[in-house]
Design a protein around this ligand. Sequence first.
Ligand SMILES: Cc1cc2nc3c(=O)[nH]c(=O)nc-3n(C[C@H](O)[C@H](O)[C@H](O)COP(=O)(O)OP(=O)(O)OC[C@H]3O[C@@H](n4cnc5c(N)ncnc54)[C@H](O)[C@@H]3O)c2cc1C
Length: 410
Amino acid sequence: MTNERTIPDRVDVVIFGGGVAGLWTRWRLERAGYSTLLLEQSSLGQGQTIASQGILHRGTKYAFGKDVAQASMELLLAQEVWSRALHGADGPDLRRVAILSPTTVLWTSENFLSRFTGAVAAGVLKSGVKKLEGDARPAAFKGAPKGVGVWEIDEKVVDSSTLVRELARSARGPMANLALDARPRWATTGVLSWIDAAGRERATHTAAAVLCAGVGNKSLVASLSSAQAGSDAVARHVAQRRPLHMVMMRGAPCDLFGHCIRELSDKPRLTVTSARDSDSFVWYLGGSLAEDGVSRDESAQIDAAKLAVRECLPWIDVTGATWATLRVDRAEGRTPTGKRPDTPIVSPIAAGGHTLAVWPTKLALAPAAAGRVFDLIETAGIRPTGVIDADEPTLSPAPLPWKEGGVRWR
Ligand SMILES: Cc1cc2nc3c(=O)[nH]c(=O)nc-3n(C[C@H](O)[C@H](O)[C@H](O)COP(=O)(O)OP(=O)(O)OC[C@H]3O[C@@H](n4cnc5c(N)ncnc54)[C@H](O)[C@@H]3O)c2cc1C
């Protein structure tokens, strides 16, 4: 619903983008009594959140990196927040989010160095990791040879579609679609204008704009920035993208959630998550396969995925499976080296009104990003005027990648 009634004349904060960052921020601000309006260009979570692997990381992938402590600490704190929300104890009520798996595994291939690597990684992680033997291992390891090491990690995997749906339901403020070329701008200080989905110019009085649009943040920063001629440069300075080429395999015999570890690398060779698909499973494959596969075309990437599955899980028969790929960019706040940030990034942008650009860096860190937004809004002296009570969310989650109509399985 994008009719006149959904756009209030005055609202404390306008949020652009309804992925995990925008939705968690909306909940956080409403809890403090702020009125919000969420403007979304497409469907909720389109882009990264719906396409994510849904792992609430506890720092595993950083086990060999130099910033183990800081990254792991942020992720561990975030785990507690997620846990309370998923149990309905505090935070947005996420009790109806489907937990695809209560844990993940870290596994190694048969050779000695790989086993050693797995043991070191498990040692670095210390708590929340235990070695699995025999029948305690997931079904995917039933046929694995003796030398394969499997450790269980205490990190949940959530279904991104129900997560987006429940986050959207957890707050009450209005939502509306805007046009693809919405040209949002600060018309004057305190008045934000944009083009709505029906092509009409709209405006609202607001104290702040919070940009949670993932890859869309760059153009929003350019359009809302007060730096006029230099606005593109401002946008380049704050945002970066890291492309991925994910692979989907339909027809897996069992589900699997975990990381296949390479020799002393802080990136897993393969990260597998799964979704039920009639009488079998879809495996969603990321990790180094997706990062290194950016320069490969679809067919070469599928060949690389087959090789990775053969090397990481040689005992699993995937004859008869069908394959497809998905290109998707991770959007992040810019780091001086262009590398992956370890924490959420929330950047104030010089503009005609308070404007914050937000990148959670990870799904798991969305609560931390929302907390930083709240702190900055409060510190800026913006006072809550009371939540606007709209009806049920008027926008729906985007489809999961393997349920998209246009996927070419081969
Ligand atoms: C393949 C993949 C796998 C991942 N796996 C994991 C994982 O397992 N665990 C983990 O912790 N993290 C993971 N991540 C990272 C995580 O998904 C992201 O950090 C997180 O989802 C980003 O959320 P977001 O809300 O900032 O952006 P997005 O989810 O991209 O949401 C942006 C929203 O803004 C909307 N939008 C875009 N442009 C505009 C505009 N101009 N105006 C208004 N709205 C706009 C979009 O339609 C969308 O709804 C993964 C990322 C990818 C790409």
